[in-house]
Every structure is written in structure tokens, then in C-alpha cells.
Write a protein that binds this ligand. Sequence first.
Ligand code: PEP
Ligand code: MN
Length: 265
Amino acid sequence: SSQLRGGGRSTLEIAGRKVGGEHFALIAGPCTVESRDQLMTVAQVVKDAGAAMLRGGAYKPRTSPYSFQGLGQEGLRLLAEAKAATGLPIVTELMDVRDVEALAEVADVVQIGARNMQNYTLLSEVGRSGLPVMIKRGLSSTLEELLMSAEYVLKEGNENVMLCERGIRTFETAYRFTLDITAIPVLQELSHLPVIIDPSHAPGRRDWVAPLSLAAAAAGADGIIVETHPEPDEAICDGPQQIPTDTFSDYAQKVARAAELAGKV
Ligand code: PEP
Ligand code: MN
């Protein structure tokens, strides 16, 4: 009794923003919330450039337990402030079922990170919360496995699900992950859910983010979630791949043109 009917496209409405169908959503913000200054600067730039939503991690899934793990509750508080200042809906990652209520107070979209794509208790909990969810494809997960993860949320009666391709492990070592552009038409054929592309984590280098973004938008992605930072070289995490906020407006215009090519507004 799969709920992933193929063919038609679903349009989600998230805090007044439409995603899916003919509606393209640009979601942008820092990898992680670092400070009030950093977040407010990015939020204003992202809003002025016409982006649909603001991203930013308060809970970060870091490869090393000794790396910065995010500001946690304080990060959520800053996201709430950025939302109040700009009106932008917030996309932020949930890693632990125990944080779902705190997150629900600020998040308009709950991000399930690549490393938690198959954390089924987390998926079911988010399903029950009723909050819109964006599920990122696991580092070595098939599209079928990604769709099964979406089913865990749908099964709880939560239809507000977006899928996100963020790059997968391949034999290639010249960059971090291989962005699977083919996932866009395939996921759109196998399901009705919006397909979002994350062009930041695959290349791991900021000058390769724009070409991947344009490819994704032209290929018909329903949205892009990209990392941007006022001073990427000073960023606490994922600095090399974050595009400087002073180039964001130009980037956003180019992405909008590519999305238009694919028939999106
Ligand atoms: C992120 O969006 O900052 C992130 C950690 O992504 P992923 O789960 O795809 O690695
Ligand atoms: Mn990141």
C-alpha cells in the first residue's frame, strides 16, 4: 500500500511558499548557525535575493565527535529570531527524537540528514509530528531506499515530504560525492514528491556549486538547498563549499533562469 504514486506532481505549501509542480524553491543559508551576526547577515541577503526559505543547522551531524556539534537550543533561538526578522520559513536538521518539540517551535521544514535517512524511529516520529520534512539521500543509498524512507513519514499520515539528492559515494576521488542528476527525473517518475537538489555537499568546493545548481535547475529539480556564508573561509564547518553571500544575488538570478528553462516559476 505504497503512497508514492508516480506520474502526477504534488505541490506542497510551506508557510505560504509553494514547492513542487511548477513551483521552484531556492533554499539557502549557512551550513551551521554560528552567531547572531552571521545568521542575520545571511538571512537578509537570502531574503533580498528572493529565496523561498532559510536553512541553517543547530544540530550538526559531524564525522568527528571532536568537531563543533552545533549551537543546539541556542541555534534554534537564533533561527527563530531570523525568521521573525525576515519572514523566511526555516529548514533545520533534527537528529534526535528528543528534540522534536523544541525544533517544531521554529522549523517549518524538518531536515533529515543523509546519515539519518534510515533512522526509522526518527522518520516515524517526524511523520507523527505532521511537520513538513525534507529527507536527504544517504551517502550510499539507492533511490528505492530513499523512497522507502519517505514511506515511513507518509505512513503516519504526513504528506508534506520532500526528497533531497545531495551526492553519493562513488569511486571518484576528485571531489567529495557524485551528485546524481539522474535522480531528478527518476524520482519524479517514481513518486509525486518534490525533488530538491543540494549542490553544496557533493563538490565540497564553492566554485563548483554554481554549475551543479544550474544543471539541477535545468533538469527540472523542484528546488535547491545551498550553503552560503558571509565569510566562508572563517566558517566553522563546510567553509570550502559555502558560496560567499556577496555573490548570492547573482547566483540566485542564474538559478532562476535555469529553473525557468525547465518550465518552473
Ligand atoms: C547539511 O545539510 O549541512 C548536511 C549535514 O547535509 P548531509 O546530511 O547531506 O550531509
Ligand atoms: Mn553542510
